[in-house]
Design a binder for this molecule. Structure first.
Ligand code: DGP
Length: 113
């Protein structure tokens, strides 16, 4: 077992507020929400970041993007939402396990950086 925080969340060693789960992915509420709805969606395999996506594991990313509209609908995000993945140092990625933020529930700021 590696020392990855999100790998520990997947196996339940660290508690989380689950929003969705299937055999490939896990979704849970962000511990420090930046919007009324702030969900993180992660693959159940350890991929360090967007930089680590390749032909062997890209099915997990495709599956995440198939699940995102369902999660957004279940969260009541009928008026739109934002999906973000931070990558590496300049992207301010703090947890080194690929994750996609779903943010919504209000009009989000226009400015990205
Ligand atoms: P990023 O900066 O893109 O690496 O986002 C990491 C996110 O993970 C950040 O919004 C806070 C969230 N986070 C960090 N630790 C935990 C945790 O233990 N539980 C939950 N639910 N979220 C966490």
């Amino acid at each position: 077992m590696n020392d990855c925080l999100f790998c520990k969340i997947i196996v339940g060693d660290i508690p989380s507020a689950k929003v969705y789960e299937d055999d490939m992915i896990y979704a849970f509420r962000d511990i420090a929400p930046m919007a009324p709805v702030h969900v993180l969606v992660i693959p159940k395999v350890h991929i360090a970041s967007a930089d680590g996506v390749n032909a062997e594991n890209s099915a997990y990313v495709a599956h995440i993007f198939e699940a995102i509209p369902k999660i957004a609908a279940a969260e009541g995000l009928t008026n739109g939402y934002r999906v973000i993945t931070n990558c590496g140092e300049d992207g301010c990625q703090s947890v080194k396990h690929l994750h996609f933020h779903i943010l919504g529930g209000k009009k989000l700021p226009d400015q990205m950086a």
